[in-house]
Design a protein. Sequence first.
Length: 921
Amino acid sequence: MEYNHKEIESRWQQYWRDNNTYRAEINPDKKKFYVLDMFPYPSGAGLHVGHPLGYIASDIYSRYKRLQGFNVLHPMGYDAYGLPAEQYAIQTGQHPEKTTTENIARYRNQLDKIGFSFDWNREIRTCDPEYYKWTQWAFMQMFDHYYDLKADKALPISDLVAHFAANGTEGVTAACGKELNFSAAEWNAMTEKEQREVLMNYRIAYQGETMVNWCEALGTVLANDEVSEGVSVRGGHPVEQKVMNQWCLRVSAYAPRLLDDLNKLEWSESLKETQRNWIGRSEGAEMKFGVKDSDLQLEIFTTRADTIFGVTFMVLAPESEYVAQLTTPEQKEAVEAYLKEVSHKTERERQIDKRVSGVFTGSYAINPLTGKEIPVYVSDYVLAGYGTGAIMAVPAHDSRDYAFARHFNLPVIPLIEGADVSEESFDAKEGIMINSEGPELNLNGLQVKDAIAKTKKFIEEKGLGKVKVNYRLRDAIFSRQRYWGEPFPVYYKDGVPYLMDTEALPLLLPEVDSYLPTADGQPPLGRAKGWHTPEGYPIELCTMPGFAGSSAYYLRYMDPRNNEALVSKEADEYWQDVDLYVGGAEHATGHLIYSRFWNKFLYDLGLVVKDEPFRKLVNQGMIQGRSNFVYRIKDTNTFVSHGLKDNYDVTPIRVDINLVSNDILDTDGFRAWRPDFKDAEFILEDGKYHCGYAVEKMSKSMFNVVNPDDIVERYGADTLRLYEMFLGPLEQSKPWDTNGIDGVNRFLKKLVGLFSKTDPEDNTPMSKEVRKSVHKLIKKVTQDIENFSFNTSVAAFMIALNELTALKSTNREAMETITILLAPFAPHLAEEFWHQLGHDSSVADAKWPEWDENALKEDTVKYPVSFNGKSRFVIEAPADATPKQVEDMALTNPAAAKWIEGKTVKKVIVVPGKIVNIVVG
RNA sequence: GCAGAAAUGGUGGAAUGGUAGACACGAGGGACUUAAAAUCCCUUGGCCUUUAUCGGCUGUGUGGGUUCGAGUCCCACUUUCUGUACCA
């Protein structure tokens, strides 16, 4: 029988569409299971074979759960706002919406061919007003709430206003940008504008002067996770630090919860660790140092309070407010010159330039424990954004301070017994303290750990400072000076921002004549006509960043067409959270933090029932490209085969992988590929031209992109699905290599052949051997799916087929069981088989089989017999034989004599069902 | 620097502490065919022995350890990949 994959696949895809087979509805009688993929950004390049890897895995799991009787929610949509569409719009003048819509149509077309069980009725797009209405709405909620540290949750800003009116800041426990103190009377005397400015320090979505990553080339600010090694992740443009007034989200207030709740999640240890590092909790102390001839208190953060006797200087970040306050008139010129120099450097230049630089402010701080005067410097190795932007420098025990001290000839005082600081600092937090005795505190002889504790206690008692936990996690910058994003539902009155009415939502993205910034440097929305409220108040010109739309999309899928709420109470209570989330690990410090934050905020407001959005997370590996090379002999048009290239002086040239099959070049095709190669000559091996290969990123410029459409066209979606899973462990990165796909395709063809011989009317029971084979498969496939070990389950199908072929079995019951097991992997073919066997309904409504352990039991057990751990031969014992009987069988076996001869048997170990090991000597 | 993961044939990769290399690709040989494709059968970690079987030795990055027995557990090291970094 012929395996016509095109006909079979299009027919069943149509059947699923016609019957709404994968539509999900709330059904209180069934247990829910929510399987989610990270929705794609629809880029202009379309899908390559790497993109569907995770979708196939999640689809297998969804179909499997459904067969097990769960009510499965498995939606898909598009993360449609983003920089590439806008960059393209700038170049071509086309509206990003147009290109985005086109790209989405292309993605959909490609996805449909692979036969996913998505419920497309629930599709969402982040750029759809019906969707971004709720992104804007969530922003408004954040604007209207503050974080209460005592309640440890977000509370309405109106509570805070009431508190201020009654008590001022007295007794307020709110996460706040800066320390504020005022009385109720002072509050009540403020103008509305002043009050709003004060509140801005408390809002969860707030506007503030912050140090931002400014990317000149993109004309916008970027979040920390959008910058890597000083350049933008998208495009690789340089990024510099700049102070700007921006919208921010107070993610930092959630840092402790984001950290602690990681423990609840079934995520990979490495991903959780990445988030822990990103959140970056460190316990330390904030301490105040007096300043000579001044009332100023210099506040610093340190995790090494114990090293206070070794402080020989202080350092301020260039952007620190203290710099202006501490610079003496004599040093003013030098400091300003230094600040100017530093501000011209981009983030990247600062990172690359490891040279020590800095300047003396002219001021001296007073060490509170020794009373000694210590100089205060400015240097860019201290970061304004972390701690207080000022440090106490302990050169003996910090390598950065050490380098600085050596450069400026500052004293180095060792504080730990046996530490040699003549060449480098001793950074380890262990050892016995020395040189640490002052009038009020003596740390000498203590272990570092105890010294830290003792010092912390001391400074708290003396009011010199307080114990503090610091987090590296920054507030998220939420403004983008861009067009293609969600507009802020915010207008400005008297220079301060006000929220629009919720009735104004969705606030539609206006048309503009160009997607570039305005002549006076305003964002593109500055070009929009009528971009003001009916009263004439101007509307915010920035738009929201990419992560805004992707932070709560999983909630919207639960109830995508709801016009009254982000998600209804009913839908949220039924679907709750994502049971399985599949996607790339590259979102560890971006989307996966923001989503958790966003969800916790909505949880605080009582709008969602779960405080974590993604219960289990699986990261699929990246599929890399496999580029092929030909080798041109220098200054000729002659190409030499890979095995012979070392005999010549050659230049490797990438060749389009479509001209190569199993690393053998289609030489005629190559000549036709490009005019330069028209007259190419080849030096062959065994009559063939063998290409070399390398594993690289899959990209057009490397000629190594494999389009899933081509694979589906040639082999069918079922083959693609099985092969992608067969490629290797899901979580591992691996190169795409089309070479092995024939094996999988062959397997399906053989299966089709076997089914064609199966009689749908056959009612004979399975033979013992067939039954064993089938139940072995049920067990293996079930366990493998649970463990996301899809590659081994595909292998198990192949083994089962080989066994059934060897047994010459076409038993109907066996084939029916295999069909159900196959349904998650190769749904089209399974559907075809299912109907062939006489069923009218979809195989998706079948029941997942259970295995019978008894069917797997053998009458006899094979025991490998080892001597001193080395296996020598195999004996077959009855399954019910006692260990003693097995031992006797092993020892009396004729083959044993050879290994025992001339030696004594010291010990015999029989592990029932496993092995016999005989120790001789 | 720090953190995490990994290292097994020509290749992708299998192996609850119990006969390492399942399954697949590739390669070699054979059958069918006028021929090719497709299909089917056999061989395939390395080395040695044998006409062939039978058989032996060796083998999971390196060095130790635990164990009757280690690819698997423990310690140290090497290399690779990923993430992150003047975070005080």
